[in-house]
Design a binder for this molecule. Structure first.
Ligand code: MEV
Length: 327
């Protein structure tokens, strides 16, 4: 009998990139999840199958052997999964072989935290299969280790939200606290379909910051202020202010060079269709944008994004972080 665990994707409402340097950010878990099913094997091998990526491979003495799909892609996507499994086995002193089946509903390389959602669900599922006590704090730490393999210097925001769910006010070194968001946040996510690498976008910002420190400093200060104002706007149920702040946040990210033509098309289309605010979400350079709209405008914003060439969906906040679904 196997165990199935799941974990949510996320959208960053405010503060991506700035968060890598210790500034605060606001992030929501959304109702798209990654699922991991794990079973014990008789041997000591790790076998991984990703249904959505159509990849199958196994590790033999630490070496990846492809059974189905593209080798380069499997190496990239399965590395954090192996890392998460190794960390759980090491931490809890177990040596077992596993079959892992991944089924993710989260668009990949799109800024929605798919790799963290997969790593968190794998970590929790392996822990439950081995019947070890695994507090969410441990799922977070292990997922964060796995994320470092993929992104280089991640802030930890993706593993935190995939583990804990809900809405978080996240800060790299001081930790994070749950934001009590009572209001509904009507959001459309628009996928440009342009795949990009978080590591590359983060490096781009680092280079710009190092080249123009005096220019970058006030941009970073403005980003911090946006987050603080947004926290107040959540308390006041003030959608209009949140929209305005999203627009300013996007302008700052644009200034740092992480928007691109595909994002600008969708963002402009959403604003023209009546969105209160729109911005890129996640690392940028392609991937996804988000638009905030009043409920009555949500459909027209969605249609406008679609007409502009994006793949939109309406995202709802979920309070459910990583969880065991079965077993
Ligand atoms: C990625 O979802 C958000 C970035 O800020 C990187 C990170 O925080 O690790 C771009």
């Amino acid at each position: 009998m196997g165990v199935v665990a799941s974990a949510p994707a996320k959208v960053i409402l405010f503060g991506e990139h700035f968060v890598v340097y210790g500034e605060p950010a606001i992030v929501l878990a959304i109702d798209k999840r990654a699922y991991a099913k794990v079973e014990l094997r008789q041997d000591k091998q790790l076998h991984i199958h990703s249904k959505n990526l159509n990849l199958t491979a196994h590790y033999e003495n630490g070496i990846l052997k492809i059974e189905h799909g593209n080798e380069k892609e499997a190496k990239l996507k399965f590395k954090p999964v192996k890392m998460a499994v190794d960390k759980v086995l090491e931490k809890y002193g177990k040596q077992v072989g596993l079959n892992i089946e991944i089924e993710s509903k989260v668009p990949v390389a799109a800024g929605l935290g798919s790799s963290a959602a997969v790593a968190a669900s794998v970590t929790a599922a392996v822990g439950a299969l081995l019947k070890v006590e695994m507090p969410k704090e441990n799922v977070f730490r292990i997922t964060y280790e796995a994320e470092k393999v993929v992104h280089g210097t991640p802030s930890g925001i993706d593993p935190a939200i995939s583990t804990f769910g809900g809405a978080l006010l996240f800060q790299k070194d001081t930790g994070f606290k749950s934001l009590d968001v009572k209001m509904e946040i009507p959001l459309v996510v628009g996928n440009t379909g342009v795949a990009r690498s978080t590591r590359f976008q983060v490096e781009k910002v680092r280079n710009l910051k190092e080249k123009y420190p005096q220019v970058a400093t006030p941009i970073f200060l403005a980003a911090r202020e946006i987050v603080l104002r947004a926290v107040d706007a959540f308390k006041d149920n003030d959608l209009e202010t949140l929209g305005e702040l999203m627009n300013i946040n996007h302008a700052l990210l644009y200034g740092l060079g992480v928007s691109d033509e595909s994002l600008e098309w969708l963002i402009n289309a959403a604003r023209k269709a009546g969105a209160l605010g729109a911005k890129l979400t996640g690392a940028g350079g392609g991937g996804c944008m988000i638009a905030l709209a009043r409920n009555e405008n949500l459909e027209s914003v969605l249609e406008a994004i679609q007409r502009a060439g994006g793949t939109p969906f309406i995202a709802r906040k979920t309070d459910e972080g990583v969880k065991i679904e079965q077993g």
